[in-house]
Write a protein that binds this ligand. Structure first.
Ligand SMILES: Cc1cc2nc3c(=O)[nH]c(=O)nc-3n(C[C@H](O)[C@H](O)[C@H](O)COP(=O)(O)O)c2cc1C
Length: 205
């Protein structure tokens, strides 16, 4: 797959995940090895951590902490996305514990007050998360960033997984093989409508 196709067709996959096909541990390690080449703000590069969860009972326990905040979030904000995206989000939450691998992206420390700015903190892990998604896709695997449990259930998941208090969880990525390779560029605003030249809101150049 050429690079532009990879970059424009790597989607958030919720329905087209193969829940029955095991994912080799080496595939995850390979993708993470690629992901950690992403940029980060200076010293924050060393704050990134990944927690790979394969054990079924642990995935079930994590999924239980995701479902309640997910349902609340989907009820509250579901109208902001298309019915298809909402339904696919609901589907992922329903089958979550059957997705063979969870990868939790985390950062040692926390943003704000004494620590780094939120911009530097989260901006130091999201490039790696995206690279992880791209590396997965190039190997026929897929995922979706989920953040539901961070609303009120981060501590439950931390307790379950022995995550220390000084660690901030950033995203839970359920990973599986894809059941199709038929992904396309998504609808997005036109570049022309959101790109300004020389002065704010000057779209002409
Ligand atoms: C910070 C962040 C948080 C997200 N949280 C969720 C989530 O909790 N559940 C979910 O289904 N998708 C989540 N997504 C995925 C977005 O819904 C998705 O990227 C968006 O719908 C665009 O679809 P695409 O990625 O297929 O282009 C998240 C994405 C980002 C960047």
């Amino acid at each position: 797959m050429d690079v532009d196709t990879l970059l424009t067709t790597t989607r958030s996959v919720r329905r087209k995940l193969d829940l029955d096909r095991p994912v080799e541990p080496e595939a995850i390690t390979e993708c993470l090895r690629i992901a950690i080449q992403a940029p980060a703000a200076g010293a924050l590069l060393s704050s990134i951590r990944w927690l790979v969860i394969r054990d079924q009972a642990t995935r079930q326990a994590v999924a239980a902490h995701v479902r309640e905040p997910a349902r609340i979030s989907q009820a509250r904000y579901g109208h902001l996305v298309s019915p298809a995206v909402l339904a696919s989000g609901q589907h992922l939450v329903e089958v979550l514990d059957r997705v063979p691998v969870f990868v939790l992206a985390a950062m040692i420390g926390s943003p704000g007050a004494e620590g780094p700015s939120a911009n530097a903190f989260y901006g130091s892990v999201y490039p790696a998360i995206w690279s992880f998604q791209l590396a997965l896709r190039s190997r026929g695997l897929g995922t979706t960033i989920t953040a539901y449990h961070l609303n009120g259930h981060e501590a439950d998941v931390a307790a379950l997984l022995d995550i220390p208090d000084d660690v901030t969880q950033v995203a839970l990525l359920p990973v599986a093989y894809l059941t199709t390779n038929d992904f396309r560029p998504a609808a997005r605003p036109s570049v022309e409508s959101i790109t300004y030249y020389e002065r704010w809101e000057c779209t002409a150049h």
